[in-house]
Design a protein around this ligand. Structure first.
Ligand code: KIV
Length: 302
């Protein structure tokens, strides 16, 4: 049992403006030159903290395959698993725009199949937009026509890990930069409301950001994008491999949790947990009756 899910008791950070963030609101932020903050979240508790901290866009990223489910890459996570986590995040998020990542294989075939899977994220899990990797312009157009906002994702697209031969910075030649710029423009023209740029040189991200009418959200793409996104577990130190160059670790929650768990184990082992104050007690009358009962029992046995 835990009573942690009550809707009240919000932290002081909940004082952040509660105006709902929508896809048009992100566009307006770009127009006004206001940086967009985005983070991943995969469960109720962390999504609630991220939302209450005032982050504008929360992505239920397929990175959950790695940071939550322990897979080596993002390829194994399924639509059902992504739906399950998106629903949990949905219950927590009030203000941020909630975007669900479409997992590998769920949009790589026929456009109508990608559309049907995207509909599930909106209908069954409450996503307000879906994110897809690569220049899948036809699918973006179909999703837009079906009233499903789309976030594109270009550059180092982790679902292409085998084609790329590893996680390598993309857009390092003149031809690659031209292709990236053309893809970003094509996605925006097809209706994408924002484009994530991952693992590309700062100069390339800056040029695409200046060229696009919709916001770019960077990860490992330098400071000139319209917004930034990180994986929450990287930001708070809850991962088990060396962090990428672009990660800034704002906290060491891993050490905090490990320390707390060790202290708990030690207290249990030396009988220091729970204390009398942490125990429930019988009412006085029931205690007396219990004592009397025990005495009578002892006398009967004697
Ligand atoms: O799945 C993910 O975490 C992403 C990143 C862009 C944050 O796609």
């Amino acid at each position: 049992m835990s009573l942690t899910n009550s809707p009240g008791g919000a932290s002081p950070a909940a004082a952040i403006a509660t105006t709902k963030v929508t896809m048009p609101a992100l566009l307006e932020m770009k127009r006004q030159g206001k940086p967009i903050s985005a983070l991943t979240a995969y469960d109720y508790a962390t999504a609630r903290l991220v939302d209450e901290a005032g982050i504008e866009m929360i992505l239920v990223g397929d990175s959950l395959a790695q940071v939550v489910l322990g897979h080596d890459n993002t390829l194994a996570v399924t639509v059902d698993e992504m739906l399950h986590h998106t629903r949990a995040v949905r219950r927590a998020v009030r203000r941020a725009l909630l975007v669900a990542d479409m997992p590998f294989g769920s949009y790589h075939g026929e456009v109508r199949d990608g559309l049907a899977n995207a509909v599930r994220f909106v209908k069954e899990a409450g996503a307000e937009a879906v994110k897809i990797e690569g220049p899948r312009v036809e699918l973006v157009r179909a999703l837009t026509e079906a009233e499903i906002p789309v976030v594109g994702h270009l550059g180092l697209t982790p679902q292409s890990v085998h084609r790329m031969g590893g996680y390598r910075v993309q857009g390092k030649t003149a031809e690659a930069v031209t292709a990236l710029k053309a893809s970003a423009r094509a996605l925006a023209e097809a209706g994408a409301g924002a484009v994530v740029l991952e693992g590309v040189p700062r100069e390339v991200a800056a040029a695409i950001t200046a060229d696009l009418p919709v916001p770019t959200i960077g990860i490992g793409a330098g400071p000139d994008c319209d917004g930034q996104i990180l994986v929450l577990h990287d930001l708070v130190g809850m991962t088990f491999a060396p962090a990428a160059k672009f990660v800034r670790r704002y906290a060491d929650a891993g050490a905090l949790i490990r320390g707390a768990v060790e202290r708990y184990r030690e207290d249990v082992e030396r009988g220091a947990f729970p204390s009398d104050e942490e125990s429930y007690h019988l009412p006085q009358a029931a205690q007396r009756a219990l004592k009397t009962g025990h005495k009578q029992e002892a006398l009967r046995k004697a």
